[in-house]
Design a protein around this ligand. Structure first.
Ligand SMILES: *[C@@H]1O[C@H](CO)[C@@H](O)[C@H](O)[C@H]1NC(C)=O
Ligand SMILES: *[C@@H]1O[C@H](CO)[C@@H](O)[C@H](O)[C@H]1NC(C)=O
Ligand SMILES: *[C@@H]1O[C@H](CO)[C@@H](O)[C@H](O)[C@H]1NC(C)=O
Ligand SMILES: *[C@@H]1O[C@H](CO)[C@@H](O)[C@H](O)[C@H]1NC(C)=O
Ligand SMILES: *[C@@H]1O[C@H](CO)[C@@H](O)[C@H](O)[C@H]1NC(C)=O
Length: 551
């Protein structure tokens, strides 16, 4: 199903300009206060039964078995991460998989509206229905833990590559929709991994390179609580079973080693009773991370944990009670979602190679059709409608332009979202997806459409029904316009992806295309599929005054 990421609404969140804002960067050095020991999960409230089930099992496990729960292993699977089973106690293992907008790297699943589109809907009920539908697909595929929703980045940086994965840069709206998402997904028995904790606002230098450490988000306490922690609070309140710690540092201490954020903010202040998993490869220390409240490492525990964690418990540098707490938190979450009863075999519908024979596991469901369509509709934002250009009034001829109006030629399962599956290499291509309708942003938040209806296909279908005509050119930057056109529609996009920040908020090719069409057409309508803020001032300046424009 097609999901549009169409929103020009996003406005920038400024960090709360409170009186106690600290402007000197050096004031943050070494300022992540130590918070130890790591609070043990107590199993209060509706976690009580799950905790006692988990504690019973943990008391039967060897030290090595407990350690095996805390780190991923390398197996042949399309799951993003795998925790091995412990058959002796009927623990079937875990498949953790991407991502917050639908299952990735597999077949027979839907491309759910991206976080940005959910935010544009301002619709709690629809967000909940989307979450239930999406959770059902992950469950059918044997995914125990859905790696989402994204509530960080929140959107401090307009060009950040992953803003589109989250709901909104308004912490209240973001938190409200995160609540519905966690509640909806977990109602299907799938655990949410609310991410990325915390201050994960940019892709640039998100990871250390050589001797250069990852970027540090230096955040004072008030801004932390009023802005970045706010939506995590809603997710914890909704019962999220898992939180993913982030790549960046916070006050110069790595997200997954930070005792103030994990032991302090998350496990003490918010009373989080589930477990914390690293972002993939965000583990940079062994003993220190265990003491700082980390519970699970992905995709592999082998560098710092695994055997080294066993050694660290043996030699007393990590208390056995901390290891028990990790294992208890992980198993309690599994029991709380009732994954011990009738959950599909982990990784069942996630074959590592779709090009070889595999079991067909169909996760799509006709009952999701309306929710998917409504999500696409409410994800659209009508920015401007001059001279009532919209809705179209029985046009006899529509001229259609722009690379994002057509279907792309091929789609590779697991593709990064840049519709032909390859990674952009030139600066223009870092800004737009040039080979067809952009269906999502790129990276681990990209997803897998069961089918795509491009604007060209949808308009063709309508033209057939209405007996009207289309004219099109998807390639030229300065196309000829049939002067009988009742409307000219230009469809462009603005691409963004995990892995790099956008290099600008508009691109010259698309802006010129719009100006060129508008100069030849009385009625030009501009549509963007945009994974983030998209400036349109350049085209407005160039436009002739006789054009009416809806964007
Ligand atoms: C970061 O440092 C500031 C300034 O010292 C402090 O207010 C805040 O609590 C610190 N936060 C974390 C997570 O270390
Ligand atoms: C594992 O499952 C079997 C079959 O349902 C049951 O008999 C056994 O008691 C279970 N073992 C544990 C440790 O729960
Ligand atoms: C322990 O950690 C070191 C590096 O920190 C790594 O080379 C080694 O393989 C680890 N050993 C085990 C048993 O995990
Ligand atoms: C205990 O083991 C861990 C993991 O191998 C190691 O990093 C740490 O230095 C050891 N501590 C002592 C006191 O031997
Ligand atoms: C996608 O578009 C770019 C730029 O026009 C082009 O270089 C590339 O070959 C296209 N890929 C496919 C699969 O058409």
């Amino acid at each position: 199903m097609l999901s549009f990421t169409l929103s020009l609404l996003a406005c920038l969140a400024a960090p709360g300009l409170a009186q106690d804002v600290i402007t000197e960067d050096s004031a943050f050095y070494g300022q992540s206060p130590p918070v130890y020991p790591s609070p043990e999960g107590k199993g209060t409230g509706d976690w009580a039964a799950a905790y006692s089930q988990a504690q019973e099992i943990v008391s039967e496990l060897s030290r090595e078995e407990k350690v095996s729960l805390t780190g991923g292993i390398d197996v042949d699977s399309a799951c993003s991460g795998v925790i091995p089973a412990i058959p002796r106690v009927n623990f079937t293992g875990l498949c953790l998989s991407d991502a917050g907008n639908g299952p990735r790297t597999t077949n027979f699943v839907s491309s759910w509206p991206s976080g940005l589109s959910v935010g544009a809907s301002w619709n709690r009920e629809l967000a909940h229905k989307r979450a239930v539908g999406m959770g059902g697909e992950f469950r059918a595929k044997g995914v125990n833990i859905l790696l989402g929703p994204v509530v960080g980045p929140l959107g401090r940086i307009a060009s950040s590559g992953r803003n589109w994965e989250g709901f909104s840069n308004d912490p209240y709206l973001c938190g409200a929709l995160a609540y519905e998402t966690v509640d909806g997904v977990q109602s299907t028995g799938v655990i949410t991994s609310t991410k990325h904790f915390i201050g994960n606002e940019q892709e640039t230098n998100r990871n250390p390179e050589g001797n250069v450490a990852a970027v540090s988000s230096n955040i004072d306490d008030k801004t932390m609580h009023e802005l970045y922690l706010w939506p995590f609070q809603d997710a914890v309140k909704a019962g999220t079973g898992n939180i993913m710690c982030s790549y960046n540092r916070v006050n110069n201490s790595y997200g997954c080693s930070n005792s103030k954020t994990q032991n302090g903010l998350l496990k003490t202040e918010l009373g989080f009773q589930g477990f914390v998993v690293t972002d993939w490869g965000a583990h940079h220390a062994g003993v220190a991370t265990a003491l700082a409240g980390l519970d699970m490492v992905m995709p592999s525990g082998s560098a710092f944990w695994a055997g080294n964690l066993t050694t660290a418990v043996n030699n007393g540098s990590v208390p056995e009670s901390r290891l028990d707490d990790m294992a208890t938190r992980i198993l309690a979450t599994w029991f709380k979602m009732k994954q011990e009863e009738g959950f599909p075999t982990p990784g069942l519908g996630m074959p590592s190679n779709l090009a070889v024979p595999h079991q067909k596991v169909i996760a799509t469901s006709p009952k999701n059709k309306d929710v998917l369509l409504q999500g696409a509709i409410e994800g659209h934002v009508l920015l401007k409608n001059v001279n009532n250009a919209l809705p179209l009034k029985s046009p006899k001829l529509i001229s259609l332009f722009g690379y994002s109006a057509k279907s792309f030629d091929s789609y590779t399962p697991g593709a990064s979202g840049w519709n032909d599956g390859s990674e952009p290499t030139t600066s223009t291509h870092m800004q737009i997806a040039p080979n067809g309708t952009m269906i999502s942003g790129g990276g681990s938040g990209a997803n897998q459409p069961a089918y795509v209806s491009s604007p060209f296909e949808a308009l063709s279908q309508r033209a057939y029904a209405d007996g009207s005509s289309l004219w099109w050119d998807f390639h030229s930057g300065n196309p000829k316009v049939d002067q009988s056109s009742d409307a000219c529609i230009v469809v462009g996009n603005a691409y963004a992806s995990e892995g790099w920040d956008r290099i600008g908020l508009h691109d010259d090719f698309t802006d010129a295309l719009i100006a060129n069409v508008a100069a030849q057409c009385r009625n030009t309508i501009v549509v963007f599929h945009n994974a983030g803020v998209r400036l349109v001032d350049q085209t407005r300046a160039a436009r002739s005054s006789r054009c009416s424009t809806a964007t």
